[in-house]
Design a protein around this ligand. Structure first.
Ligand code: TYD
Length: 210
């Protein structure tokens, strides 16, 4: 399934906003390192590339970028992320845990009306297929509650709920389509319980791979 011919292991964590992927990705890197693995955390959109910075600025703009432009910027940023961070570290035999990858483009830009199969095809022309994808799944209502309690300004519940629902549906379609690549995980438990389960899954995966 994976086309990674590098010595390292490329894992990405996906999920709707509020699913806890950043918390889990960071905790997994820390725990893997303390077990003696050489693991690193990376994220998309990057904070250093020109397209990545444009995208991050656009998150706070009153109007969203047109979806086609947004999609292209994510793709450009991804190519830079791969070239500067992912590939050199895979060559160095590291375990990379990436917080969002092209599955986010498929789900998010797909939720804005761009054909998700087209998004996937365009990404597969330039992006490395990871060794494993973990999609953290959570009911949209729970995700919204978490986002609202984390932020002082709150969320536009109606808009958020509707669009996150679409994002979640596309993630589900992807998980059905790629059962060997994608591991779907319900995160509606305590952070510790979910993280323990994820760590166990990763360790089994790493043992099988080596
Ligand atoms: P997020 O991981 O929530 O950001 P942060 O690390 O700052 O908490 O990602 C920011 C947003 O980017 C998120 O709402 C999803 C969106 N996104 C896309 O729409 N397409 C993509 O390809 C990627 C990588 C992210």
């Amino acid at each position: 399934m994976s086309d990674s011919f590098y010595p390292g292991t490329f894992i990405c964590i996906e999920g709707i906003d509020g699913s806890g992927k950043t918390t889990h990705a960071r905790a997994l890197v820390k725990r893997l390192c303390s077990l003696g693995y050489d693991a690193v955390y990376t994220t998309e959109p990057t904070r250093y590339s020109i397209p990545g910075r444009k995208l991050r600025e656009s998150f706070f703009a009153p109007e969203r970028l047109p979806v086609e432009e947004e999609f292209r910027l994510f793709l450009e940023d991804r190519i830079i992320h791969l070239k500067d961070e992912v590939i050199p570290q895979l060559e160095d035999n590291k375990i990379i845990i990436t917080d969002r990858y092209y599955f986010s483009s498929v789900a998010y830009q797909g939720s804005r009306g761009l054909d998700w199969k087209y998004i996937l095809e365009e990404n597969l022309k330039v992006a490395l297929v990871p060794d494993l994808v973990i999609i953290l799944d959570i009911p949209v209502k729970v995700a919204i509650e978490r986002i609202a309690s984390d932020r002082t300004e709150g969320v536009n519940t109606f808009e958020k709920e509707e669009s996150l629902q679409k994002v979640r549906e596309i993630y589900m379609l992807l998980a059905d389509e790629y059962p060997n690549l994608i591991h779907l995980r319900n995160t509606n438990k305590t952070i510790e319980e979910v993280n323990d389960e994820l760590l166990e899954h990763l360790q089994n995966f790493l043992r099988q791979k080596s």
